[in-house]
Design a protein around this ligand. Structure first.
Ligand code: PEP
Ligand code: MG
Length: 538
């Protein structure tokens, strides 16, 4: 039988199933012992959580590097957030036991994140669930499932695989992981890819359909699990895994190779990031710069916007880490599916056609200017550029440029150290593509955001499974929009890159080269494959 899920980490694993059971965390019978004592229990559990998670982070740091360990450090920061703690304590004051208070507050955060359309935002939900499960487990005095004890040749099957679970994996013993929930950009998938363990996620009822100890094959490309495989299938998949590892090894030669096509055209492969710390991941994968820093992540998981100083520190750290390599900072792209509660974006009937991206920033000048001042101050630390999201008309760029200049003048008058930065435009709406000749007169560079461009051009919601056939960069309308944008950029003599997922599409890359795309900005793990595809082009 073949069970179908989502391929989330490449490779093929052959081994015996180990079902990781959900630990029982029922607290219905726990009695309220008074506000002070419940708060003390909560405080102790948070403290234990912190030391336990720190230990796991150290183990993970050794097996997967600092960037991955930072995910668990992020859990400690999230749970240490005073706002979160206050909310739990308020529930305790209202008569909740520590377990119920933690459960209610973290479930509320979980629900908020899981309702978001954006994959990357939704991955936060899995982090919140991981924190909640660990905290409840500690409060109930239940021991952690012993994943580290899995014997050689194990395929781990769980309802959900949390980062704290992945961190206990001994790579040499685990052939694959299979879960019932999760997607390609959830943190456990990112960790599995970093450690190099094949993963099939979102396999329906995996823990019910697979018997503990059963022999399995997991295909991390297709997301398939073959139960009761034949001897022929085992031979076939062992050979596939060998060939895959050989091919992966061969990509390493592209680490120091220049990104040049066979006919000698020089191109650039950059990385897309959501946190300043992700710079290391880009560099470790041979990235030549940052083509998209999604700054909205700086604004999430908190109860107020980051200050100018907080933002300055993040941007400056990123610029320094990239050491003079180009860093493109996209200004806050909130709204649509990226809900930031404290910004109080009004509820709209069509949030994707609503007050989002540059539109929101132009109407919230103080917020925008705080970010710009931080970027201009950080620009002295490296090669920083500014990029504007969701542009649809030249006036938006003109207004944004005027505000940016206003910030530069203010910084000058205040005697602060700063540097002006090139201002580029994201081409991610059909409007922007159609007037890319006009926008090219306003912009220092373009970056094509195919994730949104495909959705808006095809009038299709990227999350609608029934319409996935239409959500396709190869649809002629989308290809025309891309080609037109590149040609208009070239005619105006400005650089043009792509930072949507399509930049890593090996079938699309030859067309992009033919049309003249300069920069390909992709998820860090796709950098070497993208460089290879470019080097293979004529
Ligand atoms: C895009 O729309 O292609 C893009 C890169 O931006 P985001 O995915 O953050 O909307
Ligand atoms: Mg976009």
């Amino acid at each position: 039988m073949i069970l179908k899920g989502i391929g989330a980490s490449p490779g093929f694993g052959i081994g015996r199933a180990i079902i990781i059971e959900d630990r029982k965390l029922d607290y219905a019978a726990v009695k309220y012992t008074g506000a002070a004592s419940e708060k003390a229990r909560l405080a102790k559990a948070v403290k234990d959580f912190t030391s336990e998670t720190r230990q796991l982070a150290e183990v993970l740091c050794r097996s997967a590097g600092t960037k991955q360990a930072a995910i668990l450090e992020g859990h400690i920061t999230m749970l240490g957030d005073p706002f979160l703690r206050r909310q739990m304590e308020e529930k305790i004051d209202a008569g909740a036991v520590a377990e119920a208070a933690a459960d209610a507050v973290l479930t509320m955060f979980y629900d908020t994140f899981s309702a978001l359309e954006d994959e990357i935002m939704r991955q936060r939900a899995s982090d919140v669930k991981d924190i909640k499960d660990s905290l409840l487990r500690i409060l109930r005095g239940v021991k952690r499932a012993d994943i580290a004890a899995a014997p050689k040749g194990s395929i781990l099957i769980a309802k959900d695989f949390m980062p704290s679970m992945v961190s206990q994996i001994k790579k040499e013993n685990v052939a694959a992981i299979v879960t019932q929930v999760g997607g390609v950009s959830c943190h456990s998938a990112i960790l599995a890819r970093t450690i190099g363990i094949p993963a099939a996620l979102s396999v329906p009822n995996a823990t019910g359909m697979i018997d503990d100890g059963a022999l399995l094959i997991a295909d991390g490309f297709k997301g398939e699990v073959i139960t009761a495989p034949t001897a022929d299938q085992i031979r076939e998949y062992s050979e596939k895994q060998r060939a895959y590892l050989q091919e992966k090894e061969s990509l390493n030669i592209y680490f120091n190779k220049p990104t040049v096509t066979k006919s000698g055209l020089a191109k650039k492969v950059y990385g897309n990031i959501g946190k300043a710390e992700d710079a290391q991941n880009v560099l470790r994968n041979g990235g030549e710069g940052i083509g998209l820093f999604r700054t909205e992540f700086l604004f999430m998981n908190r109860d107020r916007a980051p200050t100018e100083q907080e933002q300055f520190e993040a941007y400056a750290a990123l610029a320094k880490a990239m050491d003079e390599k180009e860093v493109i900072i996209r200004t806050l792209d909130s709204g649509g599916d990226k809900v930031i509660p404290y910004l109080q974006i009004e509820k709209e009937k069509n949030p994707f056609l609503g007050h989002r991206g540059i539109r929101f920033c132009l109407d919230n000048k103080a917020l925008f200017k705080t970010q710009i001042r931080a970027v201009l101050r950080a620009a002295v630390c490296g090669d920083i550029k500014i990029m504007l999201p969701l542009v649809t008309c030249p006036e938006e760029v003109q207004q944004a440029k005027a505000l940016i200049e206003e910030c530069a003048c203010e910084l000058e008058n205040e005697g602060l150290n700063f540097q002006r930065a090139d201002i580029g435009v994201m081409i991610e709406t059909p409007a922007a593509a159609l007037i890319s000749d006009l926008l090219a007169k306003e912009a220092a560079f373009f970056s094509i955001g195919t994730n949104d461009l495909t959705a808006y051009t095809m009038a299709v919601d990227r999350g609608n499974a029934k319409l996935s056939r239409l959500y396709d960069t190869f649809q002629p309308a989308v290809l025309r929009a891309i080609e037109m944008t590149i040609k208009n950029a070239k005619a105006a003599g400005i650089e043009v890159g792509m930072c949507g997922e399509a930049a890593a599409n090996t079938d699309l890359i030859p067309k992009l080269i033919k049309w003249g795309l300069d920069t390909f900005s992709v998820t860090p793990s796709s950098i070497l494959q993208t460089r290879k595809s470019i080097c293979d082009c004529k």
